[in-house]
Design a protein around this ligand. Structure first.
Ligand SMILES: [Mg+2]
Length: 165
């Protein structure tokens, strides 16, 4: 039930053609540790390239983040993406707003994020498929996230059958 639709190491591992074959034409993207490091405004060239490949292939992208407006807005605008900040994931309402704003059905969307108890749980509560990614880097000095990571690890390891998480 709680299992994600797909588990990948990095967002750049997602293939537009494959997603479309699964009926997914829009992605609701987390920011921190999914598109960039925590609190960073920088995006790697690989991810910039991936974003443009997705858009060329006709996959709609939007940002759904728990981050504050002043953190999320400049980040999303730099990438030319619409966004929802203070989404309060795992509550589903930010996802509902994003799906509605895109004009798609939930079935056509997938949530993409790195945290089980925000992105995955929120997507599940919203009734949207979820793609779970390995976090870009370990969180340092963020005790609440580090605590959640300790809970996540054994679960994801069971799903993936690898200790490498
Ligand atoms: Mg995140």
């Amino acid at each position: 039930m709680f299992r994600p639709f797909l588990i990948k190491n990095a967002i750049t591992d997602l293939d537009a053609q494959w997603l479309k074959e699964q009926g997914i034409t829009a992605l609701l993207l987390d920011v921190d540790n999914t598109l960039t490091s925590h609190d960073s405004q920088e995006v790697s060239p690989a991810i910039i390239g991936w974003l443009s490949e997705m858009q060329k292939a006709g996959v709609k992208l939007t940002v759904v983040s728990n981050g504050k407006y002043k953190r999320v807005k400049p980040f999303a605008e730099k990438l030319g993406l619409s966004f929802i900040s203070l989404a309060a994931k795992p509550l589903p309402f930010g996802f509902f707003r994003a799906v509605k704003a895109l004009g798609f059905s939930k079935k056509q969307c997938a949530v993409v994020g790195d945290q089980l108890f925000t992105d995955l749980l929120g997507g599940k509560l919203a009734g949207i498929r979820v793609i779970l990614l390995h976090p870009i880097e370990p969180e340092i000095g963020k005790p609440f996230i580090q605590f959640k990571r300790r809970l996540e690890k054994p679960i994801v390891r069971r799903w993936t059958g690898t200790e490498d998480w």
